[in-house]
Every structure is written in C-alpha cells, then in structure tokens.
Design a protein around this ligand. Structure first.
Ligand code: ASP
Ligand code: MG
Length: 413
C-alpha cells in the first residue's frame, strides 16, 4: 500500500519523539508499504515564531509572516529525515515548493489549488521515504504561503489524493475518535469506523480531532482517513465513506457521538411583522459583520406578527445587539430580548436517515434528567437542543448513557 502518515506538532516536539516517529515509519516500511510523511512544526514553534514577529510589528506583513512560519515545518521535516538516515533508511525532506503544493496567493490563509507530485513520485520510485512539510504552499509566482492554522492535516490529505495513496493516517496523542469528551464522560468509547459526514458534524460542533478542511477534502476525494495514537499500538478510528448497505445495517444504526458547546447566547426579536424580507433585514447585518448565527426559530405568526429567535456565541452578543437595535426600530418590533448562559447538546449519527425514534429517545432522556429544552434544530444526521449551560455536563452523560452505553450493553448481552 501507499500510505501518507501525518505527524502533528506534539508527535515531533522533541528529539526523543522524533526517534519514536522514525520507528513507526520503519515499522510501516517493514510491513511492505510505501511511506510519505507530512509533518507539522515541532510543539509550539508556530506560536513562538508569530510571537517573535509581533515583537517587531503589531501586524507583521503577511507575506513575511508566511516565510517565517513556514520554517517551523521545514525544520521538522529536515529533522525527521536526518533521524531516518541515521537508521540507514533512505529519506528526503521536501518543502512545499519541491513537493509541488500550489496555493492561491492569499497569505496566511491560502487555499491549495493543486499538487504536482512528480518529484515526490521520483523519490518514491528511488525507494526513499519522502518527508513533506505540512502547512506550507507555493504560489504561481514562487512565493511561500501557509494555509491557515492547523492546516497541515489538509496538506496531508491533498498529498494523499495527488499520490493516489490508499490511506492517509494521522498520528495524534489520542486513541482515536471517541464517542464523547472523556473529561465529561469517562466511559467514552473509541469508534472503529465513522463516516466523513458524521465526523464533520462532530468537528463543527466542537470535537476537534482533525482540521475540518482536511475532512472535507477526504470526503470529496473519497480518501480514507485514519486517526491513530502515536504512542501506543491501538487500531485507531477509520473515517471513510459508508456503503449504501452499511447505512441501513444495525451496526450503523447508532449515535456516533455526543457533543456539546458552551457559551451560547440567545436573542429574540419580539413582535416583528410577518412579511417577506424581515429575516433578511435581521440576519444580513450580522452576516456582514462575520457573526455566525445558529439555531434559528421563527414562530408561527398571529395577526401578522411573529417572534424571531436565534443563538450565537456569547462573545458576539454585544456586537449583535448594537447591529440589531436599529433593525428593531425599523421593523417596529417591541423588544430585543437577549440572554446568555446557554449550551448546546447534540447527537450525531447516520442511522437517523433511515431509522426513526432518535429524537423521541433524546427528548425522553432529557426529560428523565429533568433538563428543559429551549430550542431544537436538526440536520439529516444530527439533533441539537439548546439547554441551560449548567445542565450541559449532565446532558452529555445522560445522552451518552442512553445512546451509547445502553446500546453497547444490549449488544454484548
Ligand atoms: N504548525 C501549524 C500550526 O501550528 C500547522 C499545523 O500544526 O497544522 O498551526
Ligand atoms: Mg502546530
């Protein structure tokens, strides 16, 4: 197999850890696979480089900041290659320019436009392990770019796609993808398999295992992604497309994760006229200001008057109030009601598309825990409830028990 292995900053943080990474690469080669490695900068190098630049300029020039930040990944790639060669493994470090990782010229947040892997293929054909810098790119002009913080996950997937690799592995300091945050739910279980769309939902809801853009790339190009522990031999979690048969199978009729989000605020514009354009008037200024709104509920109107409620991050509330006060006036709405202290709790699972009853089970479990639901929203594979912030931990544990622990217990009984 041709395997891309991505090692994150903490996996290459010290010489000792790099030696460990090298032993994993050697094991993979000995199993008969071709290995391409993509690395992040060691530990907190990127943060340190940015801090250094900020001592010289409040807003460092983006082009130069990219040149600077990209050196973190270059260092890591060179060090891994040095350590491999010390073990008599033929290896070569390649920067983005050499590995053909082309991007747009939007510095600090460039988008990968193409990967031209000819050089990489040549080195692989010569039997070498290629160590490619993550995070870096190169413009048509030959300028160095970076693709956004945490971006080396995406670099790895882009390289895997261009090389038609069989899989892209991510080595992390976790056992794999878990059904809940183990700090809240000690019984959280590692998933063996999860679909790209489920992990995307979980990620946007705050379970940050892989960079969302990397998952999207994997989904679009149907690249299997595997999250593996760097420091143990666990089997990790495979993220891949599920077949149509699998989707209706019992195994996937399950909730794959329970996630929560805190610091949510709720706004209600009370008494707005029920006519075309009102939602636009309310949400356009928020969008223009880059404020993300989430659960939106418009009540059924009475006598041509309705209420519009939505949630947003608490930190965005002051700005939202400022923007909406004139809108309230223009709409002749009675009150702008805003409150903080909420949290969101969600269950995610592809089984929802084909099996009924998830919502009822969720609401039942929350009722048993005497947790009041304030708002509800759903997608194809997710149900989210807005609840009191202080109920969030209990809600996560309650839903994890109802959807995951009880199901697992029933299956093994
Ligand atoms: N080193 C970069 C960062 O810290 C890229 C990455 O780690 O993925 O954001
Ligand atoms: Mg990093």
């Amino acid at each position: 197999m041709r395997i891309v292995q991505k090692y994150g900053g903490s996996s290459v943080a010290t010489a000792e850890r790099i030696r460990h990474v090298v032993s994993r690469i050697i094991m993979t080669r000995q199993a008969g696979h071709e290995v391409i490695v993509v690395v992040s900068a060691m530990g907190d190098t990127t943060d340190e480089l940015i801090a250094l630049a900020k001592q010289l300029a409040a807003e460092p020039d983006p082009r130069e900041l990219d040149v600077l930040m990209s050196t973190g990944e270059t260092q890591a790639a060179a060090l891994v290659a040095i350590a491999l060669k010390e073990q008599h493994v033929p290896a070569v470090s390649l920067m983005a320019s050499q590995a053909g990782i082309r991007t747009t010229d939007r510095h600090r947040r460039a988008l990968i436009t193409a990967v031209h892997p000819e050089r990489v293929v040549r080195e692989l054909d010569a039997g070498k392990v290629c160590i490619i810098t993550g995070f870096q790119g190169i413009t048509e002009e030959g300028d160095i770019t970076t693709i956004g913080r945490g971006g080396s996950d995406s670099s790895a997937v882009a390289v895997a796609v261009a090389l038609k690799a069989d899989r892209c592995e991510f080595y992390k300091d976790v056992e794999g993808i878990l059904t809940a945050d183990p700090r809240i739910v000690p019984q959280a279980q590692k998933l063996d398999v999860i679909s790209h769309e489920e992990i995307l939902e979980l990620t946007t809801l705050g379970a940050q295992v892989l960079h969302p853009r990397a998952i999207e790339l994997g989904q679009v190009y149907r690249m299997p992604l595997v999250v593996l522990p760097t420091f143990s031999m666990g089997s990790g979690t495979v993220i891949r497309a599920l077949t149509d048969e699998e989707r209706v199978m019992e195994q996937f009729n399950r909730v794959s994760g329970v996630v929560c989000e805190r610091n949510v605020a709720k706004v209600t514009v009370v008494g707005v006229p029920d006519r075309p354009g009102v939602a636009y008037q309310i949400f356009k200024p928020l969008a223009d200001a880059g404020i993300n709104v989430d659960i939106i509920v418009q009540n059924v109107s009475r006598d041509g008057i309705t209420d519009m409620s939505f949630t947003l991050a608490t930190e965005d509330l002051p700005a939202a109030r400022r923007l909406l006060e004139p809108v309230r006036g223009a709409l002749g709405a009675a009150i702008l009601d805003a409150a903080t202290g909420f949290g969101k709790i969600s269950i995610v699972g592809v089984g929802m598309q084909t099996h009924p009853g998830y919502a009822a089970t969720m609401f039942g479990a929350l009722r048993d825990a005497e947790i009041n639901i304030q708002m509800i929203t759903t997608s194809d594979i997710r149900i989210t409830c807005l609840i009191d912030d202080r109920d969030v931990d209990t809600a996560v544990r309650t839903l994890h028990e109802a959807f995951i622990e009880q199901v697992a217990a029933a299956a093994s009984a």
